[in-house]
Ligand binder design. Structure first.
Ligand code: CAA
Length: 378
């Protein structure tokens, strides 16, 4: 897919920001496990949130393809900043845009899209990870209030979120039919911040446990209709998988770029590493696979922008990009040799950051189930 001038110019603008502002912070964020409050603010000022949201709701009025380009560029510089960006946009902003009523859009979508508030997405639970319909968090309507009880885990940006979009069931025995989606604001009594995870990679991003104990929210915070929650979240994940694919792609491209620099500046037996055919072969292989992943991601973004079904293509993009992302970061380390395992080069961070892409927003095995069901029929 060839990008048009508008997309190319946009890519250049985000690339400059990523190279000059995001990349210099990446090492420190990783080493100190520091959340990038400064970058979050700057990305908001640049109008990067809500790229695919209309201007009337505080967005940039661009498209999903622009968003995928931006996630790739930011993640090429820093995976931790990339996952914040992707989760805030695809997982918190998108479901309110998809299923919110006008009042909800005015109240929550606009500040989220402008970057005035941070959002997160509460689907995963201790007993409902890959099997998302096994939600155990319960909800009861009493008078004008919903009362939520349960625990969500591994929630990106949970501790810093102002707004969380979450699922809860009125009766776990109803399966996905019992699940509804709600918006809960930070500070609501009974909404408790649990532990924060200490992770292998993406160490500058926050991954939280969130606990709800008799947490009362107004009934106006129901997203869509009762029982719609599972489908709203599945539709949200279709879009989210494009951005996780773009994140995986960005990290893979970062690893390739670092490796190209390394082989062009390091020699063996007075011969640059880039002149060895075995090195060229590895670079050619990952370069080709990175380009193929980019095509899948851009295709699924274009399908979304055209309002066409994208469940299969988004799952393929996420599955393939994360798979070749692991391969690319692994080869990058092999080419660097022992140096690749040290903090002197960024490739050890890239491989740690990349691993989440095969797990978050549906594991590779889940993506294969989604793809196979689309190819074979249910
Ligand atoms: N869009 C709209 N509707 C959908 C849909 C989609 N993409 N996928 C399924 N549905 C509908 C189905 O049509 C069905 O409705 P009908 O009965 O009316 O036809 C209903 O939802 C139930 O669908 P399934 O029977 O296919 O559901 P299932 O229980 O077999 O599960 C699954 C499907 C694909 C395995 C799903 O559970 C899943 O995606 N699991 C992975 C969860 C996941 O990705 N979690 C990631 C958490 S977020 C995260 O990681 C964030 C982060 O920050 C890192």
């Amino acid at each position: 897919m060839i990008l048009n001038d508008k997309h190319l110019q946009f890519k250049k603008k985000v690339k400059e920001f990523a190279d000059n502002v995001v990349a210099p912070r990446a090492i420190e964020l990783d080493l100190k496990s520091e959340f990038p409050h400064d970058l979050v603010k700057k990305m908001g000022e640049m109008g990067l949130y809500g790229l695919f949201i209309p201007k009337k709701y505080g967005g940039a009025g661009l498209d999903t393809l622009s968003y995928a380009i931006a996630v790739e560029e930011i993640s090429r510089a820093c995976g931790s900043t990339g996952i914040f960006f992707a989760a805030h946009s695809s997982l918190a902003i998108a479901p309110i845009y998809i299923a919110g009523n006008e009042i909800q859009k005015q109240k929550w979508l606009i500040p989220l899209a402008k970057g005035e508030k941070i959002g997160s997405f509460g689907l995963t639970e201790p007993n409902a990870g890959s099997d998302a319909s096994a939600t155990e968090t319960t909800v009861k309507l009493i008078g004008d209030e919903y009362i939520i009880n349960g625990t969500k885990c591994f929630i990106t940006s949970g501790h810093v979120a102002d707004v969380i979009v979450l699922t809860a069931t009125k009766d776990p025995s109803l399966g996905y039919h019992g699940i509804s989606a709600f918006i809960v604001e930070k500070g609501t009594p009974g909404f408790i911040l649990g532990k924060e995870e200490d992770k292998l990679g993406l160490r500058g991003s926050i991954t939280s446990e969130l606990i709800f104990e008799d947490c009362k929210i107004p009934k106006e915070n129901l997203l869509g209709n009762e029982g719609d929650g599972f489908k709203i979240f599945m539709q949200t994940l279709d879009g989210g998988r494009i951005s996780i694919g773009a994140l995986a792609l960005g990290i893979a491209q970062g690893a390739l770029d670092a490796t190209v620099k390394f082989v062009k500046t390091n020699s063996k037996n007075n011969r640059l590493l880039s002149r060895y055919q075995s090195i060229q072969s590895m670079i050619a292989e990952i370069g080709t696979e990175i380009e193929a992943a980019r095509l899948l991601i851009h295709q699924s973004a274009a399908l979304k922008d055209a309002g066409k079904p994208l469940t299969k293509e988004a799952a393929m993009a996420k599955y393939y990009a994360s798979k070749i992302g692991m391969k690319a970061t692994n080869i990058a380390i092999e080419i660097h040799g022992m140096l690749g395992l040290t903090k002197k080069y960024p490739v050890e961070r890239f491989i740690r950051d990349e691993k989440l892409m095969e797990i978050g927003e549906g594991t590779s095995e889940i993506q294969k189930i989604v793809i196979a069901r689309q190819i074979l029929g249910k």
